[in-house]
Write a protein that binds this ligand. Structure first.
Ligand code: M6R
Length: 616
């Protein structure tokens, strides 16, 4: 939610920040803005809309200066308009701020500031924060860094901020609690970059500090980064990380959209997930994060899976995996419900938190609660060093690489890959899986990427099928067993990027209500592979057919029965039922992608959404 970036150094700052904002646009795209400092003056440009709209309002002659901070917004407080866009400037005009997060007690602070004569132009919590910092600076007669530190001790909420004070123009002050913030360190400390993730500065430096919660950094040109604790101003020795990210990973590389690129990356992403872990020749699965706590896993009364959105769907697949292969009872919880439900958590529970970004506010709060209740928490995250990864007792990264399209694709299949490895490992350790079954699974897992390539090769066919129902206002996705969560995920993918209303259901539930929707040509996408409850799904398809619905079926290669009934069929290679979600998901991703493109939707940046949801 919201991306922030900034530059201080010797180069023209504007192009660096504009490019950085484009890379961070996945975090929110309701509005964009920046502040440039040049010849003792600050200029602020901001507008409702995207970074391209921002570029259009900054004329060539205004694009100069060596200090710039910029923001791309996902609106929380105040509608998306020019005034509510960031940066925000203090009443004196000296201080400028960009902010990702929420100040929960902004209303109380605002009332106090209003009584002291402060005026506000916007409805945002951020304008309150910058004026609070100004008021502290005036009262304490202190430098900007001290004023930021003192002011932040008065606020409740989450933030990643950068503050610039015209009176101390060689520095930026950055601080973090809850929202991510990286600082890129240029050669000889001559220049510095700040950003919500490292993507805005990877072509300039590979050295970065990831601020930790409750830390504040004073970033001074030609000097160094000084990090301090917000609550007591004590000094912290920052850890400098060598970035592994490269430019190709964050560019489209010839694909029309990031989503399509990321769909196509799945064979490699899955290999990256299981590399070094899945060892069929040795007949083992190696996972340090599980092995370290193997007794907790083996003696668990139950596994509670906490996640949101697509990650929650991966959790539902894991429910089938853990119960089926390892015989451990599983509950899958929406993090937002779990954290407010007064749930029963015991020390015998293992909590698995699944999150691509590792920053989802509800998931983070839920695992903190579970930890306090004594549960052991295992994190499944993609973003290395993210809050959920750090907050978990142990965990494993999916290594999917950056996922920039707002719609999750490779994040989902790599989460399932990782969860399958854990379920197989526990199944073996607990003696629920025979040696031969375990070995067969290891070998079959290794075949998944090649099978996935065969599905991707059907892209043209899937595009043609998409054109057959892209104008529908509504449709259903059905699946059973392991493929019920796949149906849910298929429906989520379609609705979030094409704005077609879609629902996922267990196929057998259809006759308890949704069947009423079916009329001539109503599209129903059915996962009907030859494993699990194939015959029962065939009966469900029959029920749709007799009501003249349009059937788009995902079937196993060589299928005859369903193919004869379906209007369209997409074949996937033969696969174990437990591994099938890794394949059946792909046609549904491609169908949604093509439908959305045909409808002229912004596939990578669907309306009202943001990639990482750092507010509850
Ligand atoms: O980063 P997370 O996995 O915690 O995000 C959770 C959801 O916001 C996310 O999965 C969302 O539903 C997808 N981007 C939708 O495609």
């Amino acid at each position: 939610m919201c991306g922030i970036t900034g530059y201080i150094g010797k180069r023209e700052a504007y192009p660096i920040v504009i490019k950085g904002l484009q890379r961070l646009e996945y975090r929110g795209y309701d509005s964009a803005g920046l502040m440039l400092y040049n010849q003792d003056e600050t200029s602020v440009f901001k507008t409702k809309g995207k970074v391209v709209d921002l570029e259009a309002i900054v004329s060539e002659e205004n694009r100069h200066g060596n200090i710039c901070i910029g923001h791309t917004r996902w609106a929380t407080h105040g509608v998306p308009n020019d005034v509510n866009s960031h940066p925000h400037v203090s009443n004196s005009g000296d201080l400028t701020i960009i902010h990702n997060g929420i100040i929960e007690n902004y209303d109380t602070i605002k009332n106090e500031l209003v009584q002291r004569g402060y005026q506000f132009k916007s409805d945002t919590d951020t304008e309150v924060l910058v004026n609070l910092i100004e008021e502290v600076q005036i009262q304490e007669k202190c430098p900007i860094a001290k004023a930021v530190q003192l002011a932040l001790n008065d606020v409740i909420g989450a933030y990643a901020i950068a503050v610039f004070d015209k009176k101390e123009p060689n520095k930026l002050v950055a601080a973090k609690l809850g929202s991510p913030l990286a600082i890129g360190i240029g050669e000889n400390n001559e220049e510095f970059f700040i950003a919500s993730d490292a993507s805005p500065f990877i072509e300039y430096t590979k050295n970065a500090i990831y601020l930790q919660d409750e830390e504040l950094a004073v970033i001074e040109k030609n000097t160094a980064v000084e990090v301090r604790k917000i609550h007591d101003d004590s000094s912290v020795e920052p850890e400098i990380h060598a970035l592994k990210l490269n430019l190709a990973q964050i560019e489209k590389e010839g694909f029309d959209h990031f989503m399509l690129k990321e769909i196509y990356e799945q064979p490699k992403a899955i290999i990256d997930t299981y590399r070094g872990r899945l060892l069929p020749n040795e007949g083992i699965i190696r996972m340090a994060g599980v092995e370290e706590y193997i007794d907790r896993f083996k003696s668990a009364n139950r596994i509670i899976i906490i996640a949101c959105g697509t990650s929650w769907h991966a959790g539902l697949v894991a429910e089938y995996l853990f119960e089926d292969l390892a015989r451990i009872p599983v509950e899958v919880e929406y993090a937002s419900e779990f954290r407010y439900r007064n749930p029963i958590i015991t020390e015998k529970d293992v909590v698995i938190a699944i999150s691509q970004s590792g920053e989802t506010a509800d998931s983070l709060a839920a695992i903190k609660m579970a930890k306090e209740a004594g549960a052991y928490v295992f994190g499944v995250c993609n973003v290395v060093g993210s809050s959920i990864a750090r907050e978990s007792h142990s965990g494993a990264y999916t290594h999917a690489g950056p996922e920039i399209g707002v719609a999750s694709t490779k994040a989902f299949t790599t989460q399932i890959t990782l969860l399958t490895l854990i379920a197989l490992k526990l199944g073996k350790e607990k003696g629920n899986l025979s040696n031969s079954d375990f070995h067969a699974y290891l070998q079959n897992m290794e075949l998944i990427p090649a099978k996935l390539e065969k599905i991707l090769a059907q892209n043209d066919l899937i595009k043609e099928i998409a054109s057959g129902f892209s104008d529908t206002p509504s449709c259903l996705f059905l699946g059973r067993g392991y493929n019920f969560p796949v149906a849910l995920e298929g429906a989520l993918k379609l609705k979030e990027i094409s704005y077609i209303h879609a629902e996922g259901y267990p196929a057998a539930e259809m006759k308890h209500g949704p069947i009423a929707l079916i009329e001539d040509d109503y599209p129903v996408i059915v996962v009907a592979i030859n494993k699990g409850h194939y015959e029962k799904v065939v009966s469900n398809i029959q029920e749709i057919k007799s009501r003249k619905g349009k059937i788009i079926a995902v079937v196993t290669e060589g299928d005859v029965t369903v193919k004869e009934m379906a209007d369209y069929a997409i074949e996937i290679p033969e696969v174990d039922e437990a591994l099938s979600p890794l394949l059946t998901t792909i046609p549904l991703q491609l169908l949604s992608y093509h439908v959305a493109v045909l409808r002229g939707c912004n596939v990578d940046q669907p309306r009202n959404l943001a990639k990482s949801v750092t507010v509850e």
